[in-house]
Design a protein around this ligand. Structure first.
Ligand code: DX5
Ligand code: ZN
Length: 218
C-alpha cells in the first residue's frame, strides 16, 4: 500500500503572498506543491507560468507537482521543465501526440503525469499506462478551485486500480478537485494515494494549514 501523500494546490493560496504561502505548506508538512497552470484557452482561467514557478522553486525544497491545463502543451514542456517542475502532468486532449509528449517529459528527466477530466475515459491512456508515473483523476471540471466534488469519478479510480494490479504497474493515482474532510477517505479507499487539495487546506479550521494537512493524511 503506497503512503498517502498530500499535494496542496496553490490556486487557493493568497497570490500576493505566494512565497510565504509555499513556506507555510512546507512547514505544514506538505509532501509536494500542486501548481495549477491555466492558459485561459484549455480552461476558462489564467494563472501562472514558468517565470513565477522558477522564482517560487528557488525558495522551496519540496517537489513541484505541475498540472498543465494548457493547450497546445507539447511546445511548452521544456519551459516548465527548465522552470523547475518535478512532475509534469498534461491532459491528453491538449496534445496531438500523447505518446510523443510523454516521452519528451521523460527525456527531460521529469516524472510524467496524465490527467483525466471527469468525462474522460481510461481508454484514452490505457495503452500508455506503462510509460507514465502518475494518473491525475480530476474530480471537478478543471479551471477553478472551490468546486463541488464529483463522486462518479471514484468508479474510475477503482477501475484504474484494477487495471494497475492486473498489469502489475506502479504509477501513482492522484485525485484533484473538491477534496474535503468528508470525501477524502472515499478517494483513498478507491485507490488514490496522492490527494490534491486547495480550498480545504487553505480555508478550513481558520486556515490552519498544518492541521488541515494532518487531518487529510490520517
Ligand atoms: C482545478 C485544479 C485543482 C483545484 C483544486 O482545475 O486543477 O487543483 O485547484 O482546488 P480545490 O481543492 O479547491 O478543489
Ligand atoms: Zn490541479
Amino acid at each position: 500500500m503506497k503512503k498517502i501523500q498530500i499535494s496542496p494546490s496553490i490556486l487557493s493560496a493568497d497570490f500576493s503572498q505566494l512565497g510565504n504561502e509555499i513556506k507555510k505548506l512546507e512547514k505544514g508538512g506538505a509532501d509536494m506543491i500542486h501548481v495549477d497552470v491555466m492558459d485561459g484557452h484549455f480552461v476558462p482561467n489564467l494563472t501562472i507560468g514558468p517565470p513565477v514557478i522558477k522564482s517560487l522553486k528557488k525558495n522551496c525544497s519540496l517537489k513541484f507537482d505541475v498540472h498543465l491545463m494548457i493547450s497546445p502543451v507539447h511546445e511548452y514542456i521544456d519551459a516548465y521543465a527548465d522552470a523547475g517542475a518535478d512532475i509534469i502532468t498534461i491532459h491528453p486532449e491538449a496534445t496531438a501526440n500523447l505518446e510523443a509528449s510523454i516521452s519528451k517529459i521523460k527525456k527531460l528527466n521529469k516524472k510524467v503525469g496524465v490527467s483525466l477530466n471527469p468525462e474522460s475515459k481510461i481508454d484514452l491512456i490505457i495503452n500508455l499506462l506503462d510509460k507514465i508515473d502518475l494518473v491525475l483523476i480530476m474530480s471537478v471540471n478543471p479551471g477553478f478551485g472551490g468546486q463541488k466534488f464529483i463522486p462518479k469519478v471514484l468508479e474510475k479510480i477503482i477501475e484504474l486500480k484494477k487495471i494497475q494490479t492486473e498489469k502489475n504497474l506502479h504509477f501513482d493515482i492522484e485525485i484533484d478537485g473538491g477534496i474535503n474532510f468528508e470525501n477524502y477517505k472515499l478517494a483513498i479507499e478507491a485507490g488514490a494515494n496522492i490527494l490534491v487539495s486547495g480550498t480545504t487546506i487553505f480555508k478550513s479550521n481558520n486556515g490552519d494549514i498544518k492541521k488541515n494537512i494532518d487531518l487529510l493524511r490520517n
